[in-house]
Design a protein. Structure first.
Length: 206
């Protein structure tokens, strides 16, 4: 009974969420669009013609924002385990980023080009066990960082979702080894009660 009450409370809060209503009005697929919009504006992440890799892309709101900002000359490559309705101008790959064959498919789609920006909103399927969920989320962040080491152009940026916990500082130090500067972002559209944060690696060193 408690879980049913909790579920109903979540649904009510979601329906009454200002960012949810705004996303519906403006045609974005989820409220997450406003997280990326705020960070992108604050840190000038996008320029016309960029090549962007969007990890954990479904349902596609970050790709929608990226499309608007890179323009018709830009390239967006999106990946997620879940299906995503097509977006004109976005190359979508469905599969598990943890699998070598899916990574190889993404590499093939890139066609030898490197990304000018990697954005990752990947998150594990949450179990409710905080320590386990945090560790699994950090593993996805580490995989995204490893991808940047090979596929992100020097001098370019990496935005990744992480969860506060025991591994947070260790992961931030890993990023600091690869980027000139690493900053924390908590956009307004990220719910206050959520443990999620975004780490932004600025200017990849090599």
């Amino acid at each position: 009974m408690k879980s049913a009450r909790t579920s109903r409370a979540w649904i009510r809060a979601h329906i009454n969420d200002n960012f949810v209503r705004k996303a519906n009005q403006e045609g974005y697929r989820s409220r997450a669009a406003y997280k990326l919009q705020e960070i992108a504006e604050h840190d000038a992440l996008f320029t016309p013609g960029m090549t962007v890799v969007d990890l954990g892309a479904a349902p596609g709101s970050w790709s929608q924002v990226a499309l608007d900002l890179v323009g018709p000359a830009g390239k967006i490559f999106a990946l997620d385990m879940l299906d995503m309705q097509p977006l004109p101008g976005v190359t979508f790959i469905q599969g598990d980023f943890r699998e070598d064959k899916i990574l190889a498919t993404l590499e093939t789609a890139l066609g030898g080009r490197r990304a000018d920006l990697v954005i990752s909103d990947m998150a594990p399927n949450l179990t409710g066990v905080r320590v386990s969920d945090q560790a699994r989320g950090m593993y996805l962040a580490e995989l995204a960082l490893m991808f940047c080491r090979e596929h992100l152009n020097p001098g370019k940026n990496f935005l990744v979702k992480v969860f506060q916990g025991t591994d947070f500082e260790a992961f931030r130090r890993l990023m600091q080894a690869d980027f000139a500067k690493v900053v924390i972002r908590k956009p307004k559209a990220s719910r206050d009660r959520s443990k999620e944060l975004y780490l932004l690696g600025l200017e990849k060193i090599i």
